[in-house]
Write a protein that binds this ligand. Structure first.
Ligand code: SF4
Length: 297
């Protein structure tokens, strides 16, 4: 190791503990914060060289400050110039043994400053999940306390569902709660199959799904506002549409249909024949020319 080469923090710790002068004094009075060691604080160029060795040329900026960490233990902070590390700082810890002016480097590290650009704290996968993330073969367990669902034996708050389940004695383990249905209805209504969709706004005002023969109302309370489009020619075919959505394929859209043109059979007028005289170009063989031998036996 060179004279000013890096040493580990544990090595520094063992040096300090071997020094009786560095041991905490039991004066009974509370010690103030560590004093800035002047010799270590002056070792800016030594610290800069260590930072450059770790970061590379051109990545270490101005010296920002020297922070006392303990007896003869100082951290030099340098501006970090690496792209993407705005506000980060190169920290170089230096120290020296008692009664020596030789400063050595303990370690270098890249640390965030008070206004550093940091990644967001960890977010559980269940909160990071976005609609459409579920792929083929994926499993997405629903938590037991999902507010969108309630146990099937509780009242679902949907009269139509309760009536059917009660009468038939059937039911699912969980059904959608009022919260779940409200969120769902809001999402559908404001989505691409609601009244504000471009295709809906461009359609004739009277061409609304609620009056369309291809509109299949949903079951339950949601049937008041939502149904499924069953028109194979409509862009919304197979999608849940709101009753006030609409499109140009509405079953009752009427347009002026032009009267059909009567098609007559094709007539060939061959009553008169016009003879045409053909003049073969010079050198052509005519019917009156004698045949020539082929030249083989
Ligand atoms: S064809 Fe058009 S108007 Fe009719 S249900 Fe489908 S989206 Fe609505």
């Amino acid at each position: 190791m060179s004279e000013n080469g890096p040493v580990t923090r544990s090595a520094v710790r063992s040096q300090s503990s071997a020094d009786p002068a560095a041991a905490p004094r039991s004066s009974g009075r509370a010690r103030k914060g560590p004093r800035l060691d002047a010799i270590c604080a002056e070792a800016v160029e030594l610290a800069r060289a260590a930072a450059v060795e770790s970061a590379g040329e051109g990545q270490v900026g101005d010296h920002l400050e020297a922070v006392p960490e303990g007896d003869r233990l100082v951290t030099h902070l340098f501006e970090c110039l690496m792209p993407g590390y705005r506000g980060w700082r190169w920290a170089v810890v230096v120290t020296r043994v008692p009664r020596s002016r030789r400063v050595t480097v303990c370690e270098t590290a890249l640390l965030p400053g008070p206004d550093a650009l940091l990644s967001p704290s960890w977010v559980p996968w269940s909160e990071r999940l976005e609609p459409g993330d579920l792929g083929v073969g994926d499993l997405l367990p629903t938590p037991p306390d999902d507010e969108r669902l309630v146990p099937g034996y509780l009242q679902s708050d949907d009269p139509a569902v309760e009536e059917t389940v009660w009468e038939l004695g059937l039911g699912r383990v969980r059904v959608m709660s009022r919260v779940g249905r409200s969120e769902c209805a809001q999402r559908w209504y404001e989505g691409p199959h609601g009244p504000q969709a471009p295709i809906s706004r461009a359609a004739p005002p009277q061409a609304r799904c609620g009056t369309c023969g291809f509109y299949l109302p949903l079951a339950g309370a949601l049937r008041n506002l939502f149904g499924v489009c069953g028109n194979v020619y409509a862009p919304d075919d197979g999608q849940v549409v709101s009753a006030d959505h609409g499109c140009g394929a509405h079953s009752e859209v009427l347009t002026d249909i032009a009267s059909p043109v009567e098609e007559l059979p094709t007539v060939y007028d061959d009553a008169e024949i016009e003879p045409v005289v053909i003049h073969p170009p010079e050198g052509s063989v005519t019917d009156s020319d004698s045949t020539e031998p082929y030249g083989h036996g």
